[in-house]
Design a protein around this ligand. Structure first.
Ligand SMILES: C=C1C[C@]23C[C@@]1(O)CC[C@H]2[C@@]12CCC[C@@](C)(C(=O)O1)[C@H]2[C@@H]3C(=O)O
Ligand code: AKG
Ligand code: FE2
Length: 337
């Protein structure tokens, strides 16, 4: 198979605004019931200002791989500005959005999720991926009117980075990562990316899939989901559990890099997105983690057997980009007994 982002760019895009019934290309055989179970619990809520926030985050990551975060310090007004700009982008006519299409082999720009080629059917979703300034792509859509979009997206990433650093410091302390191995946290080296997601209303939501089940590659993801439900996480023994939007709260997901660095104490969370007949849905995901050249490995504790081999972030991302389902198992160290 060609490189994952080349494959994603080669898919024929759908103009959702002109579709009145679900095309076969987007009809999934059993989108809503991969295990027959449907969970009833809900992910923990953590108040970042609580003196026990770190412990609460540890417990949430161990048992759910996700939590809702309150008192996070991101101004609601900034989130609203991102929402205004995302609406401005995704409600454009299809031919305008296609001008900013992700080019083959690259990550940033407009298009389907990068994981799309690994699924037989297309998702009811459009995305726009940003790393740093989105100006190259924004200029193609709005030649004379891109400055505000860029300013807001850059400001949002800046604020998200600060929050991600704070949460990462707590998590890596719990994991026992040595200071010299986390110098990248808070430096300009760390990697961050912002994904704007849009799920249009869907004529047959029961047969469609917003975003197919996946784990995020990052160390952690900070997600804002606007008012509409749709996000579900897989909880062992319970099935798919909806993550309802809490006004003002952000959802934090453990990603694969944390899975490795915590020796699977904080497993990355499998999640997916369902769609709605009448309501569109927006979400903004900020992915945070160590720089590409950083070597990651489980912490070296006495008596603890490392379950994963050491490798660079870049090596892991390449493995994941070629085989998302088997990436973690392919770096698992075989047990000797
Ligand atoms: C930083 C990144 C995470 C992501 C790959 C990327 O390089 C940029 C896009 C991200 C995204 C967003 C939608 C879901 C996802 C699985 C995908 O297809 O593209 C994630 C990627 C990921 O976590 O691997
Ligand atoms: O839309 C959502 O709630 C989830 C988005 C997501 O999983 C992602 O961008 O990786
Ligand atoms: Fe995700």
């Amino acid at each position: 198979m060609a490189n994952i982002s080349e494959e994603a760019a080669n898919r024929i895009p759908l103009d959702f605004s002109s579709v009145k019934s679900l095309p076969d290309s987007h009809a999934w055989p059993h989108p809503g019931c991969s295990d027959g179970l449907s969970g009833s619990g809900s992910i923990p809520v953590v108040d970042l200002m609580d003196p026990n926030a770190m412990e609460a985050i540890g417990l949430a990551c161990e048992s759910w791989g996700a939590f809702q975060l309150n008192n996070h310090g991101i101004p609601l007004s900034l989130i609203e500005q991102v929402e205004v700009q995302a609406t401005r982008l995704f409600t454009l006519p299809a031919h305008r959005k296609f001008k900013a299409q992700r080019s083959p082999g690259s990550i940033t720009g407009y298009g389907p999720a990068l994981i799309s080629p690994f699924f037989p059917k297309s998702m009811w979703h459009e995305g726009f991926t940003i790393i740093g300034s989105p100006s190259d792509h924004a200029k193609r859509i709005w030649p004379y009117d891109h400055a505000r979009f860029c300013e807001i997206m850059e400001n949002y990433q800046k604020q998200m980075k600060k929050l991600a650093e704070e949460v990462t410091r707590m998590i890596l302390k719990l994991v026992g990562v040595r200071d010299e191995e986390k110098e990248w946290v808070g430096s300009s080296e760390s990697s961050g990316a912002l994904q704007l997601n849009w799920y249009p209303p869907c004529p047959e939501p029961e047969r469609a899939m917003g975003l197919a089940p996946h784990t995020d590659t990052s160390l952690l993801t900070i997600l804002y989901q606007a008012q509409t439900s749709g996000l579900e996480i897989l909880k062992q023994g319970e099935g798919w559990v909806p993550v309802r939007p809490h006004p003002g709260a952000l959802v934090v997901h453990a990603g694969d890099l944390l899975h490795v660095m915590s020796n699977a104490r904080f497993p990355s969370v499998l999640h997916r997105v369902t769609v709605n007949r009448t309501r569109q849905r927006y979400s903004f995901a900020y992915f945070y983690g160590p720089p590409q050249h950083c070597v990651i490995s489980p912490p070296a504790f006495q008596n603890s057997v490392p379950r994963f081999r050491a490798l660079t972030v870049k090596e892991y991302m390449d493995i994941k980009a070629n085989n998302p389902d088997l990436a973690l198992s392919s770096i698992t160290i075989a047990s000797t007994h």
